[in-house]
Design a binder for this molecule. Structure first.
Ligand code: UD1
Length: 417
């Protein structure tokens, strides 16, 4: 696929668009399949680059995967190879989650240690400390994290310093097959994590409290393959709603769960959008110019860090000054330089972005730095005067299936070149 998206700005978006399953849930379901040999079936799977990379990780471990019409079938062998190589872990941070599953299933794991990325460093100390409390030992062998638990893992009581999504998932994946009971306190409460727990329970895991801050797990000796439909992607939904709002148009997102976007919708309302919901759809009409609002990203149910760049784009044309505070990944500001080239006045000061609203943005050549930054820049391009050319658009494909087609179906003048 070509790597450039071209947008001729200034069209109002109108219409409705469906969303698929959540990237941040389906990648975890894929890892969870390693816990039980046999054929699993995951439905509502988006055809995005990150799913393809995770498919490679599973193949490396010995599983075979078939992906057709949003359905992913995974055959897991009786004896997986407990290893995830650097080239795959480097391409996608979520690969680190194989640590918990492989340790639980095989008693050992060799996973290349991920370095930093565009968000700055993404530490895994909570993952490692929690797994150590379950009886695993770790050593670093030439950049590869070597984990072992030759006598198997045992249940434990872990208190997370921060409700980390990745650490909660890794510990949950390990605990379902550990001997005895585990409790994860100050656990992440994200809907994608609750969806992972639902999948694990269909496999036979005993889990209580997923979606709350205290998750209790009773380890079982083995699990069986399962069929599961992935929870809708709240980030894909939110991105198209902000795109519609930015164009001062009206966009309806269908097949989503409005409750999962409560905080994000509250901020859109505060910025002057009209918002209405049904049990499975959200409609947003954008104002001619947004009102300024202040936002702080927080763990769920707070404002999602992965919606921050899109909102900064939107607020860049507000009638006043907004402040967005990034509490999860303070390093995710590279896209501000790109927005600045389009005329936005948004500057980072520590973990805060101060956005002085301007009346118009102008199209120019920009780079998509990561998935959400790419989406944010496309949103700016929809409003900008003239043509915006987004290079490195492949970043957007990591998180959005048919991004260009969906925006075009809403009336955007957007093409892949
Ligand atoms: C983050 C998002 C998650 C999203 C995912 C993919 C949050 C809280 N998490 O999850 O919703 O699905 O990106 O885009 O919004 N940390 C440590 N040590 C660790 C683990 C984490 O210090 O061992 C820190 C991180 O640096 C970060 C915070 O905890 O500041 C949250 O990290 P975490 O939730 O684990 O991040 P992801 O799993 O990447």
């Amino acid at each position: 696929m070509s790597d450039t998206i071209v947008i001729d700005g200034g069209r109002r978006l109108e219409g409705s668009v469906p969303v698929l399953g959540a990237k941040n849930a389906v990648l975890k379901h894929m890892v969870a399949t390693l816990l039980a040999p046999g054929r699993h079936r995951i439905e509502n799977v988006p055809d995005i680059v990150d799913v393809r990379i995770m498919t490679e990780v599973l193949r490396h471990v010995g599983a075979s995967c078939r992906f057709e019409d949003s359905v992913l079938e995974i055959d897991v062998p009786d004896a997986p190879a407990p290893e995830a190589p650097l080239d795959l872990v480097r391409q996608m941070r979520a690969s680190i989650l194989v640590l918990g599953s492989l340790l639980a299933r095989c008693g050992s794991a060799r996973v290349a240690l991920p370095g930093g990325d565009d968000f700055g460093s993404r530490p895994i100390d909570f993952h490692v400390r929690g797994l150590e409390a379950m009886g695993a030992t770790f050593e670093l062998d030439h950049g590869v994290l070597v984990a072992s638990a030759p006598d198997g893992l045992h249940g434990t009581d872990v208190f997370l310093e921060f409700p980390s999504v990745g650490a909660t998932e890794n510990l949950l994946l390990a605990a379902v097959l550990a001997r005895g009971a585990s409790t994860i306190r100050n656990a992440a409460r994200e809907p994608e994590l609750e969806d992972l727990a639902e999948f694990l329970m269909k496999m036979g895991a005993k889990i209580d409290g997923a979606g709350t801050s205290t998750i209790e797990i009773h380890g079982v000796p083995d699990l069986s393959p399962a069929v599961h439909r992935t929870v809708p992607d709240r980030l894909e939904a939110g991105t198209y709603l902000v795109a519609g709002a930015m164009s001062a148009g009206t966009v309806t997102v269908v097949d989503c769960v409005p409750e999962h976007l409560r905080m994000e919708l509250a901020k859109l309302r505060a910025a002057g959008c009209e918002v209405s919901t049904t049990p499975s759809s959200i409609t947003v009409t954008g104002p001619e110019r947004p009102q300024p609002v202040d936002i702080a990203t927080l763990p769920y149910p707070g404002f999602h860090t992965d919606m921050h760049p899109q909102l900064v784009s939107f607020l860049s044309v507000a009638d006043g000054t907004s402040i967005v505070t990034e509490n999860i990944y303070a390093g995710r500001f590279r896209y501000l330089g790109e927005l600045g080239r389009m005329g936005a006045q948004a500057v980072a000061d520590g973990q805060h972005v101060v956005i002085r609203g301007v009346e118009t943005l102008s199209g120019c050549e920009v780079d998509a730095c990561d998935i959400r930054a790419g989406a944010a820049i496309a949103i700016a391009g929809l409003r900008g005067e003239g043509v915006t050319t987004i290079h490195d658009a492949a970043h957007i494909d990591r998180g959005y299936q048919d991004f260009v087609l969906k925006l075009a179906s809403l009336g955007a003048a957007i093409e892949r070149h």
